[in-house]
Each structure stands twice: as structure tokens, then as C-alpha cells.
Design a protein around this ligand. Sequence first.
Ligand SMILES: O=C(O)CCC(=O)C(=O)O
Length: 258
Amino acid sequence: MTFELTDCELGRYHRDGFLIRERVFGSSEVAEFRDAAERAVTKAADLCQTGKTYLLDGKRFVDAGHVTVQFEHSPDSETVRVIEPVHELESRLDALVDDARIVEPMRGLVGTDEVALWTDKLNLKRPHEGSAFRWHQDSPYWVHDCSHVDRLPNVLVTFDDASVENGCLRVVRGSHTEGCFPGIADSTQLGGFYTDPECFDESQQVAMEVPAGSLVFFHPHSVHGSLPNRSDRPRRAMVLTYQPAGNPMLKSGRQRNV
Ligand SMILES: O=C(O)CCC(=O)C(=O)O
């Protein structure tokens, strides 16, 4: 059995900047991912006890070694929103890095036979609490640390059914073809990382409404974001980003070849 992308899928990825494969993982595997995600949240919260806390535009971040934990934005919230990297906190999530269902398509997107992990995140949107991700590209975050930023494709693995109501990922179709766009020039600390709305056509956004266990591959230059979770269902997902083998990871500087 091969999980390689077909020519048709590759063509769609290059045209749209994203590609969906639904129900790649079965329900028992998805249950394992959810359990692993919750254990990772507990471990990350423990790590934060000794980490370095800082605020960016009033949002709380904690660096514990090379692991960064973001909290929800309401004042004093103890709700974990993002953990980066997360694979090293839980063996079940680490195993996803090597899973052929992810790696074989990634070889085609990176364009090399051997690939490595660049970074990975656990993005958690709790019911009625999970906040939005404003429109952004990932490449401007990475361009100063990486000389091959065009070759850092992402894959989002959904741990819950994702819908408009619970704040599914949205990708702007065709926004990946012109490299890094300028950020928003306001007086905030994070504004420069959010894409200037004049640079892309918001009407081209596509909501990635997919069942749990699905994969959404998207380009490092694709403009993407998501709305808050207004539902009573969680929206948990892991985003893994790959690169050619032999290169160090973004945050730890270590190599994690597949
Ligand atoms: O999880 C989401 O809805 C957005 C994720 C995202 O934008 C990112 O991880 O860069």
C-alpha cells in the first residue's frame, strides 16, 4: 500500500496551496491521539511552573527550555492554547512524525526522499473558549531561522471533527504563490506577523470542515487562520511541519529525521 500523493493531488496542492485527505486515521487511533494530547497538556502545564513567562500584546507565553506554551487570552486564564514543540512530550504524538500516512505525502511536497521534522504544535480550542488565529503565513515566522523556507510544508491532523462552529482551520486558496507578504504595520508587538489584508483576497478562504482523523496539507506561504470555538465541542489538532532531512529543528536545534 502506498500513501504517496497522486499527480492530481500534487497538482491541486500546487494550484490551491492546500490539499485534504479525509479519515486517514481510524476512530481508535484518534482516541489515542486525544488521550495523548491531554497528557501533553498536563505535562506542559507542569513545565510552565519553572518556565519563563512573558506577555506579547497582553497574551501569556511561557518558555520552558525550548518548549513554548501559549495560554488563552482572557486575563489569568490557565487554559493551554498551543504547545510547540509537542512531539517530545508524548510518545504517541512522536510516533506520528514517522507515520507513513503523513511521511509519504510529505516526501512529495518537500521534494526529497528523506525528510525531517522542522517543528510541530498542538493547537487546542476548548469549547466556548478557544480563541481565533488571525490571518497569517507561517513563512515570515521562520524566514530568519531557515534558508529553505519554501520547503516547509505543514500538515494539520484533526483530533476532533472540525467545523465552522468549533473554529476549523481556514486557508486562502492560491495565496501561496508570491512568497512572504508584509505584516500589519500597527504599534502592536505581534502585528508584523499578521498578513496585511491588502495582499490577499479574503473571499478565497476555504473552511477545512473535515472529520476527526483527517489531514490538511498546506503550503508555508499559504495565508491561513481560524475563528473562535463558539460550540460546546473541543477542536484539537496537531500541526507538523517537515523539511529536507539532515537539517535542525526550529526550536531545539536538534535533528529529528524520519
Ligand atoms: O489551529 C488553527 O486553527 C490555526 C493554526 C495555525 O494557524 C498555525 O498553527 O499556524
